[in-house]
Design a protein around this ligand. Structure first.
Ligand code: HBI
Ligand code: FE
Length: 292
C-alpha cells in the first residue's frame, strides 16, 4: 500500500525544500483599477463559457459566489470552499517550486497568485495570477471528486520527487488540471483551468480544426511533451471526473518503472496507433505560426 499515489511521502528530512511560500493576500491593497481588471476578465469569460465549460465548473462558480465586481477575498472564499470539500485558497507571490506546491495541494490548500495582470496583459500572461488561479481553478475544488483528485495529485507529486519522475507527473497536471476536456452527453466540454481562463483558447480547444483531441490515457499523457507559450497541439479527453480519479488513484511505481524502461517522449502533436482519436488535428494553427 505504501506505493500508492496517495501514500505518505514525507519524512525525507528535507524540511527546507518544503519551506512555505504562503503570504498574506493583502486584499485591502488592491486598487480600483485592479478590481476593474478582474471585472473585465470575468465578464469576458462568462460570456464565452456557457456551452463550453463543463456544468460542474459553472455551477460551482456560482455556488462559491465568485462574482464579477471584486477580486475575491481568499479568507471569505475559503470559508465557503472549506464547508463544501475541505479545501482552502492560500496566497503565494507567483510560481513556487514544485515541492512546496505539491505539499500545499496534499494538505488541500490551493496556492493562488495574489497579484493581477496589468491592463496591457489582458490576453496573455505567463505567470499564474489571481484571475487564472481563482477563476480557472477554484470552482472545481468545490467538486468532491475533483477535490480528491487534486489532493491525491499533491501526494503523488511528493512521491514522484522520490522516484525522479516529476516531469512525467507534471504532464499529467498539464493535460488534465490545466488543459483537460471532458466528454458529456451534450458534447465536449472544458474543465482545464488554463483553457477556462483564456478567451482565445476556450474557443480554439473545442472548435478549431488544428489541435488533436484524443481519449485520455494515463501513461501516454505522462510521456507527452507540451508547450507553455501557445495554444496546445493536443487535448486529452476524459469521460468523467470519476474516470480520472479511478485511473490515477493507483500504484504509480510500476507505471514509472515502465516509463523509465521505455524512455519515450511523444511530441505535443503526435498521434499514435493506439490513440482513441476523437478529432485528428490539421495542425494548421501551429504550421501557420511556424511560417510567420
Ligand atoms: N506554482 N503558484 C504555482 N502554480 C502552479 O500551477 C505551479 C507552481 N509551481 C510548480 C508547478 N505549478 C508545476 O511545476 C507542477 O504542476 C508540477
Ligand atoms: Fe494553473
Amino acid at each position: 500500500m505504501s506505493e500508492y499515489i496517495a501514500g505518505n511521502p514525507m519524512g525525507h528530512g528535507e524540511s527546507d525544500a518544503y519551506a512555505s511560500y504562503v503570504i498574506d493576500q493583502g486584499w485591502k491593497n488592491y486598487t480600483a483599477e485592479e478590481h476593474g481588471t478582474w471585472n473585465i476578465l470575468y465578464n469576458r469569460q462568462r460570456e464565452i463559457l456557457p456551452g463550453r465549460a463543463c456544468r460542474e465548473f459553472i455551477d460551482n462558480m456560482d455556488r462559491l459566489a465568485i462574482g464579477d465586481q471584486k477580486i475575491p477575498d481568499f479568507v471569505e472564499l475559503s470559508k465557503t470552499l472549506k464547508s463544501l470539500t475541505g479545501w482552502e485558497v492560500v496566497a503565494v507571490p507567483g510560481l513556487i517550486p514544485d515541492l512546496p506546491f505539491f505539499k500545499l495541494l496534499s494538505e488541500r490548500k490551493f496556492p493562488a497568485g495574489n497579484f493581477i495582470r496589468r491592463r496591457d496583459q489582458l490576453n496573455y500572461i505567463q505567470e499564474p495570477d489571481v484571475f487564472h488561479d481563482v477563476f480557472g481553478h477554484v470552482p472545481l475544488l468545490a467538486h468532491p471528486v475533483f477535490a480528491d483528485y487534486l489532493e491525491a495529485y499533491g501526494k503523488g507529486g511528493l512521491r514522484a520527487h522520490h522516484f525522479g519522475t516529476i516531469t512525467n507527473l507534471a504532464r499529467l497536471y498539464w493535460y488534465t488540471v490545466e488543459f483537460g476536456l471532458m466528454k458529456t452527453a451534450e458534447g465536449l466540454r472544458i474543465y482545464g483551468a488554463g483553457i477556462l481562463s483564456s478567451p482565445g483558447e476556450s474557443v480554439f480547444a473545442l472548435e478549431d480544426a488544428s489541435p488533436n483531441r484524443i481519449g485520455f490515457d494515463l501513461k501516454r499523457v505522462m510521456q507527452t511533451s507540451y508547450r507553455v507559450d501557445d495554444y496546445q497541439q493536443s487535448y486529452f479527453v476524459i469521460d468523467s471526473f470519476d474516470q480520472l480519479f479511478k485511473e490515477t488513484y493507483q500504484d504509480f511505481a510500476s507505471i514509472y518503472a515502465d516509463i523509465k524502461a521505455q524512455n519515450r517522449e511523444y511530441a505535443a502533436d503526435a498521434v499514435l496507433p493506439d490513440d482513441v482519436v476523437l478529432h485528428r488535428g490539421t495542425g494548421e494553427y501551429a504550421a501557420q505560426k511556424k511560417r510567420a
